[in-house]
Design a protein around this ligand. Structure first.
Ligand SMILES: NC(=O)c1ccc[n+]([C@@H]2O[C@H](COP(=O)([O-])OP(=O)(O)OC[C@H]3O[C@@H](n4cnc5c(N)ncnc54)[C@H](OP(=O)(O)O)[C@@H]3O)[C@@H](O)[C@H]2O)c1
Length: 320
């Protein structure tokens, strides 16, 4: 099968299209003939080689979510899966390929009306958006800021916050054109990447959902209202300064909360239940997915170049 691996960490040109033997489903797994592969921000973070603690090696097969048709099942898996169109989480590897395996617990049948591209745009990121807002204890009327809203996590978080009755849903983004698209999805205020938004922008926020992290994170801690909650869900802008916690301590009397959130800590059945609801909502047009572009699998490097150049709004999808 055709697959895309990291030949050299760093630049997207270090991605290489190779021929690999198709995987064989182990007990508890299904084998999927892929029709859509999500290109996530996490793939770019892995490719850049900035996650040394995870021990990724050259030859790493990227990709964590796919959609396609089940063609075989491993021991112990109900054979009725064969032939069904599904979304699947493949872990931190295995997705950029014509065939992928996944544990049956991480596989969900696609509802009619949901394309594979939509499914890999929403599948992982929608769950992150849902539980991040949930962990923040976001209640109707509160002001929410989604930092790094133009990716698939942020796009869903904006819609969910608006739908949940937030008093204001502000976003950070890098251009007026992207801001207009986010307003169309439910944002009420558009800030630049530094958090500047003009005189009409809320002075503070009850909840910040942050996909970016990076050196400017402390600026956004300062934007929390008293009793405000900050949930860090991503690091597309890199790690925050090592002493960012001092900012929290210096604001002690404002009773702020800072949390990291990874969907890894949500029980699998809870993730699947939220995902199934979101897939149904998307199939009915009640939740919008934004597919930036569908590219052939062998153009994975181009997809990563586009992400690194900041050209992607939503998600790039590869079609094997
Ligand atoms: N918590 C979890 O369970 C979980 C699960 C999966 C992935 N993740 C993490 O989520 C992140 C990817 O999320 P995603 O795919 O939604 O994001 P993304 O599409 O990679 O990026 C979102 C937006 O952030 C903005 N941005 C990029 N670089 C920036 C920078 N240096 N400074 C400020 N803004 C910047 C860009 O928008 P503008 O140009 O419009 O500003 C970009 O469109 C990764 O860090 C990944 O590890 C977390």
């Amino acid at each position: 099968m055709k697959a895309v691996v990291i030949r050299e960490f760093g630049n997207p040109d270090g991605l290489e299209v190779v021929d690999l033997p198709a995987p064989v489903p182990a007990p508890g797994q299904v084998l999927i003939a892929t029709e859509a592969v999500g290109v996530g921000g996490v793939d770019a973070v892995i490719r850049r080689g900035t996650l040394p603690a995870y021990g990724f090696r050259e030859g790493h097969l990227l990709g964590s979510e796919v959609a396609g048709r089940v063609t075989a099942v491993g021991e112990g898996v109900d054979a009725s899966w064969i032939g069904r169109r599904v979304w699947a989480f493949t872990g931190l590897s295995g997705g950029y390929a014509e065939r992928a395996v996944a544990a049956v617990e991480d596989v969900l049948a696609l509802p009619d009306g949901l394309t594979g591209a939509d499914a890999v745009t929403l599948g992982s990121s929608g769950v992150v958006a849902h539980f991040a807002l949930d962990r923040a204890g976001c209640t109707p009327g509160e002001t929410v800021l989604v930092r790094g809203a133009a990716g698939s996590i942020g796009i869903t978080a904006v819609q969910l916050a608006a739908r949940g009755g937030a008093g204001a849903v502000a976003v950070t983004t890098s251009s007026a054109e992207r801001g207009a698209r986010l307003r169309d999805l439910g944002a009420t205020h558009v800030l630049d990447r530094s958090g500047e938004g003009g005189p009409d922008a809320p002075a503070g926020f009850d909840v910040v959902i942050d996909v970016v992290g990076g050196p400017q994170l402390p600026l956004f801690l300062d934007k929390l209202n008293p009793n405000g909650r900050y949930v860090a869900v991503g690091v597309v802008g890199g790690q925050p300064p090592a002493d960012f916690g001092m900012r929290l301590m210096n604001a002690f009397r404002r009773s702020l909360s800072f949390a990291t959130f990874s969907s890894d800590t949500v029980p699998g059945p809870d993730r699947q239940a939220v995902r199934a609801t979101q897939f149904a909502d998307a199939a009915h047009g009640d939740l919008r997915t934004v597919v930036h572009e569908v590219l052939p699998l062998d153009q994975a490097a181009l997809a990563h170049h586009q992400m690194d150049a900041g050209k992607v709004f939503g998600r790039v999808v590869l079609a094997p």
